[in-house]
Design a binder for this molecule. Structure first.
Ligand code: FEO
Length: 400
C-alpha cells in the first residue's frame, strides 16, 4: 500500500476490530484511518491514526522513513481517531514541529498536554519542504471547528481530513485504481460504486448537520485543480474525483434522489403491518424505496436513506401520549442534522388516544418538509380500510 507517488506515502491503517464507530455507528466493513507522509528535503506527516494502532502505524512509518525523521506533523483535524498518536510522534521525534491553527492548538494542549514547538498557520499560509509546498486552507465545521485542509500544489493533491471520506476498510491498493471495499467482491474499477453506500452513510451519520459549511469549503476549494484527494477515511481518490465531489455536493445541499425512505417501529405489529403494506404498494408502483425497522436495525442506515431519498415516511405508534421512542430518536436525529427538502408523511397505531402522527408532523413541519398527507392514525389493529396505504402510495407517486 505504501507508495502513492514518489513523494507521498501511505502510512494509515485498517480497523477491522471496532464494530461500532463513535459508540453509535455499525462498521460491517470496518474503517480506515489514513495518514500520509510527504517526503522531500524535509518530511511532513499529515495526521496520525487511532491510538489502538500505534504499533502498526510506527511500523508503517519506519518502513517508509528508513532512518529519516519527521520534521512536521500537520494536524488537519483533532478528533481522536486522527490525533491520538500526536504524543507518540512527539516522543519519537522530539524536534517535530506540530502545525495546526488557532483553534487546533488549545485542543492539542487540552487532549495531550503539548504546547511547545507548535505553530498556528493562517488561511493560505504555506510551508516549504524543499521542492514541495504545503498550503493550508481553513474548513471550519467540516465537521469540527478546527478542521483545515492541506494542499500539496506540486502534486495537485488535497489532504482533506474527513471531507470526502467514507466508512469501509480498504482492500488492495489504497488508491481508487486498485482499491476495494473489504468484504465486497466487486472492486475492479468500480471503487466509487463499491463505497458509495458507505460514503452516504458516513456523511449522513457524521457530517450531516454541516451542509452549509461543507458547501462553503467546497466553494473555497473549487479554484484548485485537484488531481488527487487523500482523505482520512477510505480510498485515495484519483479516478473518481468528479463522482466523489458530486456526492458530497448533493448531500451537503440536502438534495435527495427520487425515492422513499420508510422508517417504522412497532410494539405489537400493527404499525409494522402498515409499513409493509406501504412498501408493497410502492413496489407495485415501481417506486425506489427502503424500509427500516428501528426496533431491530441501527438508525445509522435510516439516516443514510433519509439523506439519499427525497421522501420520508415515518410510522410510530403512540406511546406515553408521545411518539414511540425509536422513531422519536430518528425524528430527533434528522432534526439535529437540519435535513431539508423532503416530502413527508406519517402513520401509526394507537389504542385509546392517538398522538404520534400529529407530533411527527409537527417535527417535520419545523424542518420545512413538504407534508403530503395529514397522516394515517389508526385505532388498535391494522387493516387496509383503517389505514389506506394504496392511497398514500398514489399520493407519493404524484409528488415524486
Ligand atoms: Fe474521522 Fe472527525 O474524525
Amino acid at each position: 500500500m505504501g507508495s502513492i507517488s514518489e513523494k507521498i506515502r501511505y502510512v494509515g491503517v485498517n480497523d477491522l476490530k471496532k464494530v461500532i464507530f463513535e459508540g453509535m455507528w455499525p462498521l460491517p466493513f470496518g474503517v480506515s484511518y489514513n495518514s500520509y507522509l510527504v517526503m522531500d528535503e524535509k518530511v511532513a506527516l499529515v495526521d496520525t491514526v487511532e491510538a489502538d494502532f500505534a504499533a502498526v502505524f510506527m511500523e508503517n512509518l519506519r518502513r517508509e522513513l528508513g532512518d529519516r525523521k519527521v520534521d512536521y506533523l500537520i494536524v488537519n483535524h483533532m478528533e481522536p481517531d486522527h490525533s491520538s498518536l500526536i504524543s507518540l510522534i512527539r516522543e519519537t521525534w522530539p524536534d517535530v514541529r506540530i502545525v495546526g491553527n488557532a483553534k487546533t492548538l488549545p485542543m492539542i494542549k487540552g487532549y495531550y498536554g503539548i504546547s511547545d514547538n507548535v505553530a498556528a498557520v493562517k488561511e493560505g499560509e504555506s510551508i516549504s519542504l524543499g521542492e514541495s509546498t504545503l498550503t493550508f486552507y481553513m474548513a471550519p465545521m467540516v465537521h469540527w471547528p478546527e478542521t483545515m485542509v492541506t494542499w500539496f500544489n506540486e502534486e495537485k493533491t488535497l489532504f482533506s481530513g474527513d471531507a470526502f471520506g467514507t466508512f469501509g476498510a480498504v482492500d488492495g491498493d489504497i488508491t481508487d485504481s486498485g482499491a476495494g471495499l473489504l468484504g465486497c467482491s466487486d472492486s475492479a474499477g468500480n471503487t466509487f460504486e463499491a463505497f458509495n453506500e458507505e460514503m452516504v452513510r458516513y456523511y449522513s451519520n457524521i457530517v450531516g448537520k454541516y451542509g452549509q459549511t461543507v458547501q462553503a469549503a467546497m466553494k473555497k476549494l473549487s479554484s484548485l485543480d485537484i488531481k488527487r484527494i487523500c482523505s482520512t477515511h477510505g480510498p485515495v481518490w484519483e479516478r473518481h474525483i468528479p463522482e466523489v465531489l458530486s456526492c458530497y455536493d448533493r448531500l451537503s445541499r440536502y438534495e435527495g434522489e427520487k425515492g422513499v425512505c420508510i422508517v417504522y417501529a412497532s410494539m405489537y405489529g400493527n404499525t409494522a403491518r402498515a409499513a409493509k403494506a406501504l412498501s408493497a404498494a410502492l413496489t407495485e408502483r415501481g417506486v425506489a424505496h427502503s424500509i427500516h425497522n428501528l426496533c431491530t436495525g441501527n438508525v445509522s442506515y435510516a439516516y443514510r436513506d433519509a439523506f439519499r431519498y427525497n421522501t420520508i415516511i415515518a410510522g410510530a405508534p403512540t406511546y406515553n401520549n408521545d411518539i414511540f421512542p425509536p422513531v422519536y430518536n430518528f425524528m430527533y436525529g434528522i432534526s439535529a442534522r437540519l435535513l431539508k427538502n423532503r416530502h413527508f408523511a406519517s402513520f401509526g397505531s394507537f389504542t385509546w388516544a392517538g398522538a404520534s402522527v400529529k407530533l411527527m408532523n409537527e417535527m417535520a413541519a419545523k424542518l420545512g418538509f413538504d407534508i403530503i398527507s395529514e397522516g394515517l392514525s389508526f385505532p388498535q389493529a391494522y387493516s387496509p380500510d383503517k389505514c389506506d396505504m394504496s392511497a398514500l402510495a398514489d399520493r407519493i407517486v404524484s409528488v415524486l
